[in-house]
Design a protein around this ligand. Structure first.
Ligand SMILES: C[S@@+](CC[C@H](N)C(=O)[O-])C[C@H]1O[C@@H](n2cnc3c(N)ncnc32)[C@H](O)[C@@H]1O
Length: 169
């Protein structure tokens, strides 16, 4: 995999193992969202190594994990029954060009989603995983708050393994 390290976006092709990973992600979230929403008023999907949101191959281009997660919820048959739950999607991607491309795709999705199905909030960050995750946990500690049920997708793949603080482990 080659990722852009400059302001210039350089998408990469979706390899077969990523297609398998995405099938699992879609199937898992499709089952997890309704179950977890039944018992919780707030649910978080945290994509810590979110990528650019699409691949260079496929027609239309294959979607990346953040788009798959959003699409799984917003297109879910059971969505009307989950109206009592707020879904927060947090996407983090260190590379600025990948992050900007992802933000564009998410904004397009938002614009194309009927108001009745917009029962979620989306936020994005363009920083190293360890900083964003560390700050989130410090914030919770500082407020003595409990983290809402969270699906954390930590998918660094070809990048260096993330440094994990003991509290993250
Ligand atoms: C395997 S790709 C993510 C693919 C994406 N999860 C998907 O399935 O579509 C890994 C991404 O992590 C980003 N990345 C690398 N190091 C990072 C770090 N320390 N913090 C956040 N993102 C990082 C890379 O720029 C790359 O876009």
């Amino acid at each position: 995999m080659s990722t852009s390290r400059s302001a210039e976006l350089q998408l990469w092709g979706r390899p077969p193992h990523a297609a398998a990973k995405h099938s699992l992600l879609r199937a898992y979230l499709g089952a997890w969202f309704p179950i977890i929403a039944k018992y919780n008023r707030r649910v978080i999907y945290y994509d810590a190594f979110a990528g650019p949101g699409e691949y260079s191959n496929g027609n239309p281009r294959y979607p990346g994990s953040p788009i798959i997660a959003l699409d799984t919820l917003l297109g879910h048959d059971y969505l009307p029954n989950m109206s009592g739950t707020e879904f927060l999607f947090l996407f983090n991607e260190k590379d600025p060009a990948c992050g900007a491309n992802l933000a564009r795709l998410v904004a397009e999705m938002k614009a194309n989603t009927p108001p009745g199905r917009r029962m979620s909030r989306w936020a994005s960050r363009t920083r190293p995983f360890i900083e964003v995750t560390g700050e989130m946990l410090d914030d919770l500690d500082g407020r003595n708050a409990r983290l809402a049920p969270t699906f954390s997708f930590v998918d660094p793949a070809a990048s260096k393994p993330p440094r994990c603080r003991s509290s993250l482990a």
